[in-house]
Design a protein around this ligand. Sequence first.
Ligand SMILES: Cc1cc2nc3c(=O)[nH]c(=O)nc-3n(C[C@H](O)[C@H](O)[C@H](O)COP(=O)(O)OP(=O)(O)OC[C@H]3O[C@@H](n4cnc5c(N)ncnc54)[C@H](O)[C@@H]3O)c2cc1C
Length: 433
Amino acid sequence: MAQKWDVIIVGGGLAGYVAANYLRQTNLSILLLEKGKHVGGRARTNKMNQQYFNLGPHALYKRGKARSILEELGIHLNGKSPKLGGILMENNFEYAAPFSPLGVLTTGLLRTKERMEWIAVLLKVMRIDPQTLANQTFQQWVKQIAHSEVIESLLYTLGRLATYCHAPDKMSAKVMVTNLKNAMGGVLYLDGGWQTIIDQLHNLAILSGIQVRSHAPVKQIYPYEQKQFKLVLSNEEEMIGKYVISATGPQELNEMIGENFNIGQNGVFSRITPIKGATLDVALSRLPNPKRLFAMGITDPFYYSVHSHYAHLSDDTNHTILHVFKYLHPDEHIDKTNIKSELEQFLDKVQPGWKQYVVTSRLLPTITVNQRLPQIGDELKLQRSRTVIPGLYIAGDWASPDLILADGAASSGKHAAHEIILNETRKESANFK
Ligand SMILES: Cc1cc2nc3c(=O)[nH]c(=O)nc-3n(C[C@H](O)[C@H](O)[C@H](O)COP(=O)(O)OP(=O)(O)OC[C@H]3O[C@@H](n4cnc5c(N)ncnc54)[C@H](O)[C@@H]3O)c2cc1C
C-alpha cells in the first residue's frame, strides 16, 4: 500500500525547506523528498579538509526577501558584511571601484563629468519603481539612462555583481533593477557557510514531525483519484499526496509530469534558460596581498572576493578562503580547460604568487547559479507559485516572478506553503458552513 501524505515536497534545497518550515505550523502530514545523498541543493557547503566551501561565492542580500523570511522562521544568520571597496580591472589597469561613496570620489576610472553622471544614475536606481521597466531589457534601459560608455559598463558590472547574469540583452530590466536595489543594501557572508541555514531549517522541520528522505529521486508524478497525486520514485516505490510542491528545477518538473496530465502546459517550463557561471574556490595558507579583498573585471566578466576576511570559513584561522568566478553568457561555449586557466589568470592579476600558498581548491566549471534567466513577460507563466494543475505548486529560484537567487527560492517556497494553507482554510470554513 502506498503511504499517504497531505503534502509531499520534492526537492530539499532552500525553497523546499522554506516551504516545509511554513507548513510545520499546520497539522498537515508532510514528506520532503531529496534525490541527492545530502540535502541543501545549491545552498550546501562542503567541508574540504578544514575549509568550508560554499558552492561558489554566496552572499545573502541584507535587504532581500530570503533574509527576512529566514529570520521570520527563526533562523540565525551569523556573519559580517564585506566593505563596498575593492578594485575594478580593465586592460591591466586597476581603478578603485566606485561602489562606495569613497570609491565614487576617488576612482581614476571616471572624469568629473562621468563622476556626476554615475552619482545621478545611482540615485535613479535607488528611486525608480522597477515595475515601470516591465517591457524593457536591462540593455535597453541602460542605453536610455547612461550617456557615456564607461557608465554603461559600470551598470553592467554592478548588474552582474547583483544577479550573476551576464546577458543584459536578454535580462528583464524590471528584475535586474529589483535585485540591484536589494544588492545596494549590502550583503552578509555567513560563518560556516550557507549549510548553516539548511541545517537549521532541517532541524526545525524534523523536530516538528516532518519526514525528510534523501536518496529519493522522484521519477514521475501522476494524477490520482479524488484530486490527489501519485509519486513514483526511481526504485518504483509509490506514495500518494493531496498536495505536491515541486521545489526542483523547471526541467526536472517537466520530466516528472511528462505527459501524465491532460494539460496544454507541458513543455512551457523547458524553455527556461538558466544563469550559469564557473567558480574556483580556493583556500590559501597566506594571502600574498592581504589588502586585496575584492575585484571585478569591467569588460571581462570576472569576480574575486575574500570571503573569510568577513566570515568564519576555516577551522584554521590563518587560512584564507576566496572565490574567483566567471559570469557566463547563456550562448557561450564552455571549454572546461580554458575556463580553469582564465580563472587562474584573473587570480594571478589580483594576487600574484597565490599558487605557492594553495591549501586546497575546487573548480566547478559550469554551475547553474539561478534556474531562470528572467526575461520580459516571464511573470505571465509564474502566478503565485500555482500551476495549471490544481494542488501542484512550484517553488525554487526560478519560480518567483520578480526575484531570483535565494530571494526567489525563499519567497516562492513561502508562497507555495501559503497557497496550501489558504486552500485548507477555505475548505474548513466551507465544511463549517
Ligand atoms: C556559484 C553560485 C553562487 C551563488 N551565489 C548566490 C548569492 O550570492 N546570493 C544568493 O542569493 N544566491 C546565490 N546563489 C543561488 C542560490 O544558491 C540558489 O538560488 C538557491 O540555493 C536555490 O535553491 P532552490 O531550492 O531553488 O534550488 P536547489 O538548491 O537546486 O534545490 C533543488 C533540489 O531539488 C532536488 N531535486 C531535483 N530533482 C529532484 C527529483 N526528481 N526528486 C527529488 N529531488 C530532486 C535537487 O537535488 C536539489 O537538492 C548562488 C548559486 C551558485 C551556484
